[in-house]
Design a protein around this ligand. Sequence first.
Ligand code: GLN
Length: 557
Amino acid sequence: MSAKYLFVTGGVVSSLGKGLAAATLGCLFESRGLKVNLMKFDPYLNVDPGTMSPFQHGEVFVTDDGAETDLDLGHYERFTHARLSRDNNWTTGRLYEQIITKERRGDYLGKTVQVIPHVTNEIKAAMKKVALDVDVAIVEIGGTVGDIESLPFMEAIRQMRQELGRDNTLFVHVTLVPFIAAAQELKTKPTQHSVKELLSIGIQPDILLCRTDRFLSKEIKGKIALFCNVEEEAVITAKDVASIYEVPLVFAHEEVDTLALRYLKIEARDRDLSKWEDIVHRAYNPKDTVTIGIVGKYVEYEDSYKSLKEALVHGALAHNLKLQINWIEAEGLESAEQSCESQLEGYDGILVPGGFGKRGIEGMLKAIQYAREKKVPYFGICLGMQSACIEFARNVCGLRDANSSEFDQSTPHRVIYKLRELRGVEELGGTMRLGAWACKIEPGTLAYKVYGAAEISERHRHRYEFNREYEETLVAGGLRISGATPDGTYVEIVEIPDHPYFIGCQFHPEFKSKPLEPHPLFKAFVGASYEHGQRRKLERQSAEAEMFLRPENVGRR
Ligand code: GLN
């Protein structure tokens, strides 16, 4: 059977959760036993988001094959079993790069190379590639209808309908139905305009996913259906929810998958969402709260750590806990000793995530020193692992000016230095150590206990590495190297044994965590943090009780 295509476009405004909607549709199809794949086209000119600022673009999600992709691919992997690669995310820049290479090679045999058909053909070929061996390929078009730069993609999906017909293609349009407080009314006009815009480029949407903060009444649905030329049951309430993991349940309640399958003429079994129901039940009925302090450079914009945040949520859900994250601006910790302590006190666990550049590093080192000395659970990811090694070198091993050559070229102790394989490579795009690499874990270590495995595979995105010339000194000081590449070249995991939980890893485990399969490192870190918090609470209580019982306080009771 050849695959059917479901195209997701967006209207009115950006940030309506198109990616989440696409991921959720994938999840619902999988829950009916279908096989799906998902892809996203990003209309901007960057070849990939790898060189874009996380402030602008949000997190760069890394796939196993080392592609630096849009963060929506993270949603796709968290909600489905699709294994994504560079084939699943295309930008205009990458398409043009490919087309221009072909043109220079003479592949077009003297023809004039044009947006239609050459660019649209490349777009269609990319869609068809991900649709091999699946029942439904879900294709998300980035941007908002009406954008000039998304036109070739819109044209390509219009052609797909022409080529494959009504039964094999489906247009799902995500739109906004705002509630206007002054009028106490939901407004349908933006949706009408957005659909009109789509119609002007030859696309009649089949299903409208209406983002709204309340359920749409039958009357409103009828009105939208009439003006937008869709069936009433194809007007779907995509209501705001507190946990993104409730979206599959909300969509299922609206029977959007049933309708999509009817339109696409696909027979499938009933859906089974019991595991998602369990997750949502946990999310809304936590037994307690765990508070994690994240010390990073990009605290102002949460999307820059999307997967990290989700992975922590997964870890918390696994323990039936509500996650409270506080983002701590690393630079703010750099001043007086006192203020560092007062800012970090009260967290059950401390995490330093990945990052680039010098800003905030000294603050991160202070946070790590605090976590190490006060025995607060610590989890260092990539930069957080490198900083943990620098902190240890400086404050435990006495290598006063230890640093990473990323931050100080002239340091006498380059505990972290540029990857040996990257010496002499100055270009920024796609030149890091990227994607999945195997790691061997030492038996008897915390990492071994956490993973319950001797060999693992995790995804990377870094340019610097641990300098093994310092291994002897740091190990003598008490640091344990618990994971390395099987050939021993790269250090991948470090830990401190004499500590309740102190782990740093060179890779990014957050990219592989899913709500239904929480990553062991996040699960263990959140668990250890909660235990630490409970222990601290008990200590505080017993200290108070002791005060209370002191003879000099008797009269004051
Ligand atoms: N800046 C560091 C490096 O390039 C860490 C990268 C990261 O945290 N992703 O190695």
